[in-house]
Design a protein around this ligand. Structure first.
Ligand SMILES: Cc1cc2nc3c(=O)[nH]c(=O)nc-3n(C[C@H](O)[C@H](O)[C@H](O)COP(=O)(O)OP(=O)(O)OC[C@H]3O[C@@H](n4cnc5c(N)ncnc54)[C@H](O)[C@@H]3O)c2cc1C
Length: 467
């Protein structure tokens, strides 16, 4: 009988879990699960307390599910990545596992951490088996015919759409096995120091919930996705991102369910979003500098950003005087989530209107998002800032007033998050206030969009001339 350890990270589920399924292949083997709480890494990566809280609640569900399968979940706590090799040496002596099975994490620190653990385990003759899990099409499997990585999304998606129907169907959860004599550790929740200001409870945790939400979305809403996805006052998108980010939902399961729905523009558009998710993860693997806060387009590192902390603070707190921007930033502060259209609009506003470094915004998002994900967040920010791969061209600058008029014409979204503007007629919400402020308490716009736009255009143009 062998003893195998499955190290869970951002893959908190039992369905379609390659490492868990492989560990459970032989019914007589003992399978033990492990989760390592690493506050140093959470701090270093700006993980939002609401995400930590949601992950711990997900872990409580996972622990129960694993117990039903006869697999105990061990919980260990470390202060930093550097402590993890020693933790594994201790585990090897305590439980005597022959093998550690896990999924690859592609962030630069995570890769370094896993290399160090692998080295420590190799010295003990313990095998570490890595499986690809984070993407639908694993990184490295989709390169241009010339062999180099795609840098443009459309041909990537075209190829991705050819490949995905040929992929194997998602793996079922393993069968229950003989109960281990080992006990599962309790999951500390709420965790002192990580109690979020905004509750994560509106997001029910765990893979059952994730799968139910996926089913509901595919049965009832995916057909309208193409028409409703840009309207932030409507529940037009799947809201599955927190589950995909912590792996309580397998991305392959999301694909599989979507492919089982009747074809149509809603389904096609949603598949495109799953492709964007893969695209940015592939970029992180092929161009690891983006995971170290470097621009994909290195020439843009010559841009000299404003240092106006007061502007940044106004953006963070939703006090810029631009109702759509402020409503979106308050949605983030009050829920830990923001609609995709508004992530683009607020990011573009931070960079092109306030002329603040995109990294400031990237960090603020990570510190507040329940679905914070290095590749998607970095990809979204660099797209909006025109510093990234297949980014929006620098001269296409969203006008925040026009975006507001287009995507929230009746001001429904704005009024939900800015109740102080409830009495204001919609058309006054979508243009500069003229000679009268909108209300006594609501701020005057902190910049003029037309002037800010010209400044951004000139700065990018200057950069192009210099390089
Ligand atoms: C500046 C900026 C920052 C972002 N930060 C994150 C982040 O930290 N974490 C995150 O998961 N997404 C991020 N996104 C992408 C996108 O906004 C969210 O995935 C989406 O809003 C989540 O809502 P949903 O689950 O309803 O998405 P749906 O529209 O239902 O899409 C389904 C899934 O596809 C994926 N997806 C959708 N759009 C994108 C995209 N543009 N890039 C990558 N994946 C995508 C997500 O996993 C999402 O759950 C960011 C986008 C921008 C512009």
């Amino acid at each position: 009988m062998a003893r195998r350890l499955v190290w869970f990270r951002q893959d908190l589920r039992t369905h379609d879990h390659a490492a868990l399924s492989a560990a459970c292949r032989h019914p007589d083997d003992e399978v033990i699960a492990l989760y390592v709480m690493n506050e140093g890494a959470w701090l270093a990566h700006d993980t939002a307390p609401i995400k930590v809280d949601f992950d711990l609640r997900t872990l409580i569900q996972l622990r129960q599910r694993l117990i039903q399968l006869g697999i105990p979940l061990l919980l260990r706590q470390v202060a930093a990545d550097a402590d993890i090799p020693a933790l594994f040496i201790q585990l090897a002596s305590d439980i005597g596992m022959q093998e550690v099975l896990l999924h690859v994490e592609h962030g630069p620190n995570e890769l370094q951490r896993d290399r160090a653990v692998n080295q420590a385990l190799t010295a003990l003759n313990i095998n570490m088996r890595f499986y690809e899990d984070a993407c639908i099409v694993p990184p490295g499997n989709l390169h241009r015919p010339q062999g180099d990585p795609y840098q443009v999304f459309t041909p990537f998606k075209r190829r991705w759409l050819q490949v995905v129907p040929t992929l194997p169907t998602p793996l079922a959860a393993p069968q229950p096995r003989r109960q281990s004599l080992r006990l599962s550790d309790p999951i500390p929740h709420p965790l002192p120091g990580w109690i979020p200001e905004v509750s994560s409870w509106p997001w029910p945790a765990g893979e059952d919930e994730a799968l139910q939400r996926l089913e509901l979305f595919c049965n009832e809403r995916i057909h309208d996705y193409a028409t409703l996805r840009d309207i932030p006052s409507q529940p037009g998108t799947s809201q599955l991102s927190p589950y995909l980010a912590n792996g309580s939902l397998s991305p392959r399961m999301a694909l599989h369910q979507a492919l089982a729905t009747p074809p149509g523009s809603g389904r096609d558009t949603w598949l495109g979003e799953l492709a964007w998710r893969d695209f940015f993860k592939h970029i992180l693997v092929d161009y690891p500098r983006v995971g170290r806060h470097r621009a994909f387009d290195l020439s843009t590192e010559g841009l000299i950003w404003s240092k106006r902390n007061d502007h940044f603070e106004a953006w963070c707190q939703g006090r810029t005087g631009f109702p759509l921007i402020d409503a979106a930033m308050r949605q983030l502060l009050q829920t830990g989530w923001m609609h995709n259209r508004l992530r683009m609009v607020t990011a573009m506003f931070l960079v092109k209107d306030l002329w603040l470094d995109w990294r400031w915004g990237e960090r603020w998002f990570m510190q507040h998002l329940i679905d914070g994900d290095l590749a998607a967040n970095n990809g979204g920010w660099q797209w909006s800032a025109s510093t990234g791969v297949d980014a929006v061209p620098y001269f296409r600058i969203f006008n925040p007033w026009t975006q507001s008029q287009r995507f929230d014409p009746d001001g429904l979204f704005i009024r939900t998050w800015l109740p102080e503007l409830a009495p204001i007629p919609p058309k006054r919400l979508h243009c500069p206030p003229g000679s009268h402020p909108l209300t006594d308490s609501y701020p005057w716009p902190i910049i003029r969009h037309d002037q800010a736009r010209l400044h951004a255009l000139a700065a990018f143009k200057n950069l192009r001339t210099l390089s």
